[in-house]
Design a protein around this ligand. Structure first.
Ligand SMILES: Cc1ncc(COP(=O)(O)O)c(C=O)c1O
Length: 432
């Protein structure tokens, strides 16, 4: 270890700058020796933790899944990386054909993570209008959205404390309210109507694209909408001759109870961004899927119509091998995600009688609720940090979004482990 004189007198490693974290006010990272299925194993103290949020929503089939590990290992001995502008390889071909068939979007553009998958979708949409001889600038997104942390993706997301330092560098985006709903919500029709009205108004102006996290906004607070709302959004976008970008970075691969969340609304987006569960969390990879009609406008003798975008690790063979193996598992055992919702619906009964548990919502593998404790709602409510810390002591890793408590476990979590997650949360809530 290189000596670092800039010591803050805390337990954080002196050479590491952690993501999304203020080391002044947070406990140091916990060292993990290994992971297996739905569990992480820590070093000091030696302890097993159930990974209740799939390590930031990426671990789909569980940690160190052997089938995927073997696929990566075999691929590593065959071809580990190749420049994708000039060379094709069998894993990319296979993955492109499979995902194209599953989404009915013909073209795949590979990148490295969720933010770049969104960034690419936005750039494709923006240039598409120019390639068709029209300049459009208006972009529409939803209140509460989160699409990533690169500049374009960040600009699409809600403006808040996390990005206010960069306000002047971000392009303008028009916003539509997100009509979040929950079990027993009696106001949902009115909220949806208000959103639709706002969207209609905005779409009167020529629009590059509307971007949405179908069915479920993740980082914004696990806020769910009804599929019929997404259907209406899609109809309006298409009636106003704009493009719909579905950000399925978090919702893709069974998380919401269907392979992709948009499928519940029975719609066909023009562009889809995927990442996270794509490789089952084994390797960083993002993909932007596009309609053939969009791709066609980039095919020309004029160089300016080219999509001048790429990343060194585009379609990395190891990532593609992991994604193909992960898809094999999903296709072989669809019940793993199809049957999840029933379990949550049963287990949430343990908690939802507590007076401060509000807005219970369940969608596929995900359960969330708000805690009406403390004055702030959202990230700045410190109750989540307190609950996280006690949960870790009790053997569960969760990372509440302020006062929003949620579970988003790997598909391989056992019934006993899932029950234990609820028991631990219940025990903590009873002491509040
Ligand atoms: C809906 C959505 N889009 C984009 C991103 C950004 O993905 P990444 O963190 O891989 O850049 C996230 C990350 O949480 C997300 O939830």
């Amino acid at each position: 270890m290189i000596h670092n004189s800039n010591s803050f007198n805390n337990d954080w490693h002196p050479n590491i700058w952690p993501p999304f974290t203020q080391i002044q006010t947070n406990k140091a990272q916990i060292e993990v020796s290994h992971g297996k299925d739905a569990s992480l194993f820590t070093v000091n103290p030696e302890k097993e933790l159930i990974d209740g949020i799939s390590s930031w929503w990426v671990t789909l089939h569980g940690h160190s899944n052997e089938f995927i590990a073997n696929a990566i290992s075999n691929q590593a001995k065959t071809l580990e990386q190749v420049i994708f502008a000039d060379f094709l390889h069998p894993q990319a071909k296979k993955l492109a054909e499979r995902l194209s068939k599953l989404t009915k979007l013909e073209r795949l553009f590979f990148s490295d993570n969720g933010s770049t998958a969104v960034e690419v979708a936005l750039k494709i949409a923006y240039q598409w209008w120019q390639n068709n001889g029209e300049r459009r600038n208006q972009i529409i997104a939803f209140d509460g959205a989160y699409h990533g942390d690169t500049f374009g993706a960040m600009a699409l997301g809600e403006r808040n404390i996390f990005n206010e330092s960069f306000e002047k560098l971000m392009f303008p985006v028009k916003r539509v309210p997100w009509p979040s709903t929950w079990i027993g919500d009696e106001d949902v029709e009115r909220k949806e109507e208000a959103s639709i009205q706002k969207l209609c108004e905005l779409l009167k102006h020529p629009t590059v694209a509307v971007i949405a996290e179908p069915i479920l906004q993740g980082a914004g607070g696990m806020n769910m909408v009804r599929p019929k709302f997404i259907k209406k959004v899609s109809e309006l976008v298409s009636n106003h001759n704009s493009l719909l970008i579905a950000d399925e970075v978090m919702t893709g691969f069974g998380r919401t109870g269907s392979l992709f969340a948009y499928q519940q609304a029975n719609i066909q987006p023009d562009l889809i961004a995927i990442s996270k569960g794509l490789t089952s969390g084994f390797l960083p990879m993002g993909i932007t899927l596009s309609k053939e009609k969009i791709f066609k406008s980039f095919v020309s003798d004029s160089p300016e119509k080219t999509f001048w975008h790429g990343h060194s690790f585009t379609a990395n063979p190891l990532g593609c091998a992991a994604a193909n193996a992960s898809l094999d598992l999903l296709e072989n055992e669809p019940n793993k995600y199809l049957k999840f919702e029933e379990k949550h619906l049963f287990l949430i009964k343990k908690l939802n009688h507590l007076p401060f548990v509000k807005k219970v919502r369940i969608c596929g593998t995900i359960v969330a609720f708000d805690l009406e404790i403390g004055t702030n709602s959202g990230y700045l409510n410190t109750i989540g940090k307190k609950i996280k810390s006690i949960a870790i002591e009790k053997g569960l890793f969760i990372r509440p979004l302020g006062n929003v408590i949620y579970l988003l476990p790997p598909l391989c979590i056992t019934d006993n482990q899932l029950e234990l997650c609820y028991e631990i949360i219940n025990d903590i809530l009873l002491t509040l």
